[in-house]
Design a protein around this ligand. Structure first.
Ligand code: PAF
Length: 279
């Protein structure tokens, strides 16, 4: 497995591979867990070559967010990538991606302003910009993203459509802990007590999904039931619980078409997101 720190190195390898092979790409911020692993394994199964990027992208963090304490463990990440069969890790320094004279951004109206966009101003501008750059560097045929970040997945799919980017975006299922908590690098922030409290997040998601599957169409009723579950936990504070259109991410009153039930909930200081999608 190759470790490339510069854009030039990545391009030199990709240039050779592109002629004969399909390339799958898994963009990450490192501190890999089974969720990432499932993306890498899928890419390895579907492509001749798999590239994983590990880059904690400063542009998608606001000044009050957790950039400095974002967890990192390159050695463990390398071992996981190697075991999963990745061919190359792109591990650039910040200056490689954002040189001093960097002035160009990719931004999006509409769905970036919903859900997490309401409290995380500029987050999706940072995500769109870095993903665009990474796509240009890696020149993959397919890129793999987790459904756990449902809004990010919808935004990337829209960006690729809007800008006619020549890459296929593949969304992969949420991977959960035994008690239901969606796998996330940020779970490592939780104390033992908070980790236990965090169960209400997935419990609310499962309840919402169960209600929809049993025929409940009122978004209000679904949100109320989900809210009640979260409110049983004193350490939990709701950022949002919403029922939205799966494509536009706009709020809906009734579940009659593909729908996303999405939550962001603080457990102590840690903000956790989770969701269910019905098609
Ligand atoms: O999902 C993530 O880890 C990041 O948002 C991504 C897609 C790697 C962009 O920095």
């Amino acid at each position: 497995m190759i470790i490339a720190n510069t854009i030039q190195e990545v391009r030199a390898h990709v240039y050779g591979w592109k002629k004969y092979h399909t390339i799958g790409f898994v963009p990450t911020m490192g501190y890999l867990h089974e969720g990432h692993l499932s993306l890498i394994e899928r890419s390895v199964a579907e492509n001749a070559k798999t590239i994983v990027s590990i880059f904690v992208n400063p542009m998608q963090f606001s000044p009050t967010e957790d950039l400095d304490k974002y967890p990192r463990d390159l050695e463990s990440d390398k071992a996981m990538c190697r075991k999963a069969g990745a061919n190359l890790i792109f591990y650039p320094q910040v200056e490689e991606i954002y040189p001093k004279d960097f002035y160009s951004y990719v931004d999006m109206e509409g769905l970036t302003k919903e859900l997490c966009g309401k409290t995380r101003a500029n987050h999706f501008r940072g995500v769109c910009t870095v993903v665009n750059k990474l796509f240009n560097i890696v020149a993959a045929d397919r890129a793999y993203f987790g459904q756990k970040d449902a809004q990010q997945l919808a935004v990337i799919k829209k960006m690729v459509r809007d800008l006619n980017m020549d890459i296929e975006i593949i969304g992969c299922p949420i991977i959960r802990e035994v008690d239901g908590l969606a796998k996330s690098s940020r779970n490592s922030y939780l104390s033992l007590e908070e980790r236990k409290a965090a169960q209400v997040v997935s419990q609310a998601i499962f309840k919402g999904e169960e209600l929809v599957k049993s025929g409940e169409i009122s978004a209000k009723n679904i949100i109320e039931s989900m809210t009640k579950i979260v409110q049983t936990e004193p350490l939990a504070k709701i950022d949002y619980i919403e029922i939205v259109d799966l494509d536009t991410l706009e709020k809906i009153q009734e579940v009659t078409k593909p729908t996303l039930g999405a939550v962001a909930i603080y457990i102590g200081k840690t903000r956790l997101i989770d969701n269910f999608a019905v098609y």
